[in-house]
Design a protein around this ligand. Structure first.
Ligand code: NAP
Length: 286
């Protein structure tokens, strides 16, 4: 029941109607007995500055930012948390008495899901990251902060992968970063040697398979994590399982990044497991 005291939370995206965040956040707010509502806001890129300004004028407590706003929103905020600044992307904004602070909970959400869903601890591990966009940057920063030993990045546009190595190598001493071409012998070597293969590309969103991936090099000891999730599962996860590896999709990461955002807005952790349960119910056969 809405009242004069109900706080507003939400998500800015274009498109936004597909987002599962409203159902999971509202389920958690209700279960926690918090007088707040989480609303999807369809914000087109040219309206983003006005939408961000409205957070102050309407005293909206906070929002998530999703495609295509995660990077452009950074320059519209008053301050960025250290990791959000390093990543160059924000997925969570907190309105602290009119000051808008940007955070990125995607990477920490990934790490939480790796632990919960694959029992994978990044310390001293070697990770192959497919993709070099915003999700890859968030993942790499969190994996390196957690003590990951080596990261290889393979991206369709190699220059973007090289840029990430250049950006992060100096910031994380004691870790090595490398680039592998998506159809190269180095990729086969990296697949065989790594502990985790992480898909941060959007391949699979429409059910499309990874062409040219060296599945023959997969070790049964490797873990596969697909940030993509979709009803019916993703071809990447299915193929990794066929190769004998343990593999999960990104539903756990979606829930975990939302849990961290919830805590930033409300000052308390959400009721345990509610968001993940709600997501599983929403995409029952994922
Ligand atoms: P982004 O910044 O646009 O980056 C997209 C990446 O995918 C780039 O590396 C791009 O390569 C690559 N790519 C796209 N289409 C490709 C194709 N046909 N073949 C090869 N590579 C292709 O997007 P993002 O924000 O990083 O998001 C990436 C994915 O992660 C999305 O599917 C998103 O839904 C998912 N995600 C999931 C969660 C979660 O909670 N589970 C959180 C964040 C993101 P180029 O550089 O060559 O263009």
């Amino acid at each position: 029941m809405l009242s004069g005291r109900t706080q507003i939370l939400g998500i800015f995206g274009d498109p936004v109607e597909h987002s599962l965040s409203p159902v999971m956040q509202n389920a958690a707010l209700k279960e926690a007995g918090i007088d707040a509502v989480y609303v999807p806001f369809h914000v087109v890129p040219e309206q983003l500055p006005a939408a961000v300004a409205s957070l102050r004028s309407l005293q909206i407590r906070g929002v998530n930012a999703t495609i295509p706003h995660k990077e452009t929103i950074c320059s519209l905020l008053d301050d960025l948390d250290e990791d959000a600044a390093l990543i160059g992307a924000v997925n969570t904004v907190v309105n602290q008495d009119g000051r808008l602070i940007g955070y990125n909970t995607d990477g920490a959400g990934l790490v939480a899901s790796l632990k919960a869903d694959l029992d994978f601890d990044p310390v001293q591990k070697s990770v192959l990251v497919l993709g070099a966009g915003g999700a890859a940057r968030a993942a790499i920063v969190s994996l390196l902060r957690q003590g990951c030993r080596h990261v290889t990045i393979a991206n369709r546009t190699p220059e973007r992968a090289r840029q990430l190595v250049y950006t992060f190598q100096d910031k994380f001493k004691g870790t090595t970063l490398a680039v592998a071409g998506v159809t190269s012998a180095e990729l086969t070597t990296a697949v065989a040697a790594c502990d985790l293969v992480l898909n941060t590309t959007s391949i699979g969103l429409q059910g499309e398979a990874f062409s040219d991936f060296p599945w023959g090099a997969v070790s049964s000891k490797s873990c596969f994590y697909d940030m993509v999730y979709r009803r019916g599962g993703t071809p990447f996860v299915a193929r990794a399982k066929e190769s004998g590896a343990r593999a999960v999709n990104g539903l756990g990461m979606l829930a975990a990044q939302g849990e961290l955002a919830f805590e930033l807005w409300t000052g308390q952790p959400p009721p345990s497991g509610v968001m993940k349960c709600r997501l599983l119910a929403e995409v029952a056969d994922i």
